[in-house]
Ligand binder design. Structure first.
Ligand SMILES: [Zn+2]
Length: 139
């Protein structure tokens, strides 16, 4: 009998819930609360489920800046389009400045979530899914 146990979690769900990209079960961050600023970015060295090393090399997470930048620009674009469609944007009534201020405030408030999401996306680029770390088809 095969003891094949493959996680049913999708790639998108594992990235959004900050799970290990290899097994999609282990948590990437030690503290589940991203707004606990003392430990927002604390990660265990290895996945508690499959043992995947989280920092693949020194400075591995330097590249998350690019991911975070892309996410921020996408959120800004969504805010601008939503503001334009729902409220209208104009330079003359200062609504564009209110939109800019609101978008900036939104980005500041969700920054811990964005940082974690950027790390989750970044490590998912480099680590392939392999079930829960057990070799498929073996006991
Ligand atoms: Zn894992």
């Amino acid at each position: 009998m095969c003891a094949e146990k493959i996680s049913k979690t999708s790639l998108l769900k594992s990235v959004l819930t900050n799970r290990c990209p290899r097994c999609r079960e282990g948590k990437l961050f030690t503290n589940p609360n991203p707004y606990d600023f003392k430990s927002t970015m604390h990660m265990p060295k290895h996945c508690p489920v499959c043992g995947q090393r989280y920092e693949l090399q020194t400075g591995f997470y330097f590249g998350t800046g690019f991911v975070s930048y892309g996410l921020s620009v996408a959120i800004l674009a969504i805010v601008f389009v939503a503001w334009k469609v729902l409220l209208g944007l104009s330079y003359y009534d200062n609504s564009i400045f209110w939109c800019l201020g609101s978008a900036t405030a939104l980005l500041l408030v969700i920054q811990p979530l964005l940082q974690r999401l950027a790390r989750s996306i970044w490590i998912a680029f480099f680590v392939r899914y392999e079930g829960n770390g057990r070799v498929k088809g073996t006991v």
